[in-house]
Design a protein around this ligand. Sequence first.
Ligand code: UFG
Length: 337
Amino acid sequence: MKVIITGGAGYIGSHVCLAVHRSGHTPVIIDNFSNSSPACVRRLGELIDDVVECHNVDVCDAGMLNDVFAAVLPGAVIHCAGLKAVGESFADPLHYYEKNILGAVNVLRAMDVVGTSRVIFSSSATVYGDPEYLPYDEQHRLAPENPYGRTKLFIEHLIHDWDKAGKNRSAVLLRYFNPIGAHPSGLIGEDPNDFPNNLMPYILDVAAGKRPDLKVFGDDYQTPDGTGVRDYIHVEDLADGHVAALGYAVRHTGVGTFNLGTGRGYSVLEVIAAFERASNRQIPYEVVARRAGDIAEFFADASKASETFGWSPNRDLDRMCADAWNWRVKNPNGYSE
Ligand code: UFG
């Protein structure tokens, strides 16, 4: 089956492409390269020893999107394309609503035109907002606290409505926790366009000597060591979760919603220690004020995905750090060759 992966040249999408290929399906990428690189598509080709079909198209361009769908006739779509920086979404919410929601509408419409009935959507744990209890299960109240998260939740609603309006449609909403790590080959990984907003890309910059020290955002949270706790998941495990979800979508109709996390939280200081072990580098850090909008702690109840479609993550934090560092050592400038 041909599977269109929107945002397939991005950090998560590229790992999903490989997993889709490993599962015996044919990935077809749609990407506008706004936060990704054509070099990634070439590297994917090296990894699968074949050319990966890729269309340089923005999902907001309905006309071009429809043309690609008509040519590919996908059996399923994995919709990863979208804007994802929380801070930027506060600064320019209209841009986030426009790009993320219009993109999703266009993808669903393009599917309808060619009769594709299965979609897997990249949602986020940010849809839960401030935890009422932990771990978050899929029944937890949905109250995202930033515009980015609200676009993810709107799209979840949109997909529910789309599903109800037609027959034999299937959709899987995957709520990601904190993906880090890289493919063990070191050929693909995370290559942020600008200043690193997230913990692991920043640690990699410090380890590589590009920045003097890590700023730890607060050590006075109600957590065991006072620093923020997150559920980090290896991007390869996350990608495997998409393939398991795809199998589920083939066997079921309706909408299923699943957390993709490990169920285990680690503090910032624990991540630093694991990274130091994996890389043999020191990560100097300075504790600074809390980052506005951060939550003290969250992690997943990931049992539903395991019970429903047999997916469970198996790469630990040391492995996540080792693979992230391997990617960085082999590609000091990311995809810029
Ligand atoms: N942190 C630091 N210093 C940094 C960067 C992060 O101390 O330079 C801390 C944060 O305060 C937090 C933890 O590291 O405690 C993780 O922060 P990230 O920015 O890596 O990740 P977040 O949990 O804040 O956000 C991520 C994604 C969002 C998504 C959210 C919920 O980036 O897109 O998880 O799923 F919405």
